[in-house]
Ligand binder design. Structure first.
Ligand code: PGA
Length: 264
């Protein structure tokens, strides 16, 4: 499956009525969309995963959590463990999101512990990397991304690394209306591929999926995703509106379908 289109619903959908409305609208919109060669991954708040899993049945749609704790079991009041989300229908988990870094002070070592735990439990980690505005202005973007990749993915075998999904999410583009240029995204993508090639092998670097995240909208998807040849997108705000979210998903899917035809 070439494309992954991930919806990060964040801390939204507050009532059961809202949840039902979201699910019903999503299912209705899904019926009218062409999504060849693509997987849609919805990441609702953890309390809703089971209900989403039970009520949205489609071979195109999978589910993920927005976070797990870095330990598997024990006295960690309020935390959610990898097997818990796995057992209620999640296949994926987002790790290293910039909002976890900003509000919960998570660093690369914490991301590494979570990624390893996710892999141990058969979950696919969706690892977010990217620089802040200040880091970019100081010319440190490449160094920051390099550290996030090398520290966040330390001690992971070649066999396991191939399942990890990387998202390049410049922190300044998340939740804002600013988006990087296609060239800036390409630079980050090439850097990440080089790091994988060096740490593992060129074949693994080729295989690894790199998505783009940060203010993806139907009108920006060409610039931030299609032109840079990304393997999909991580979508925040627009994933709260199923019609917009699935429009973006369709644009990504149909673009790679067209590329396949052109390459024949
Ligand atoms: P946004 O969020 O699309 O609202 O910028 C992106 C994200 O959280 O990954």
């Amino acid at each position: 499956m070439k494309n992954l289109i991930i919806g990060n619903l964040k801390m939204n959908i507050l009532t059961l009525v809202e949840r039902e409305r979201y699910i019903e609208t999503f299912k209705k919109e899904l019926k009218s969309k062409k999504l060849p060669d693509s997987k849609i991954i919805l990441c609702p708040p953890a309390v809703h995963i089971e209900n989403f899993f039970k009520n949205i049945k489609s071979d195109k749609v999978f589910f993920g959590a927005q976070n797990i704790f870095s330990e598997e079991r024990g006295s960690y009041t309020g935390e959610i463990s990898a097997p818990m989300i796995k057992n209620i229908g999640a296949k994926y988990v987002i790790v290293g999101h910039s909002e976890r870094k900003r509000y919960f002070f998570e660093d690369n070592q914490i991301a590494n512990a979570k990624i390893r735990l996710a892999l141990k439990n058969g979950l696919i980690p969706v690892y977010c990397v990217g620089e802040t505005k200040d880091e970019r202005l100081l010319g440190n973007a490449a160094e920051v991304i390099m550290k996030q990749i090398t520290e966040g993915l330390a001690d992971i075998s070649s066999a396991k690394i191939q399942t990890v999904v990387i998202v390049y999410e410049p922190v300044w583009a998340v939740g804002s209306d600013e988006v990087p240029t296609c060239n800036e995204i390409l630079e980050a993508k090439i850097l990440i591929k080089k790091l994988f090639s060096h740490a593992y092998s060129p074949a693994i670097a080729e295989k690894i999926k790199i998505l783009y995240g940060g203010s993806v909208k139907n009108k920006t998807v060409k610039q931030v995703c299609l032109d840079a040849g990304m393997d999909g997108a991580l979508i925040g705000r627009e994933s709260l509106i199923p019609s917009e979210f699935l429009k973006i998903a369709e644009a990504i899917s149909m673009n790679s379908e067209q590329e396949k035809i052109n390459n024949k």
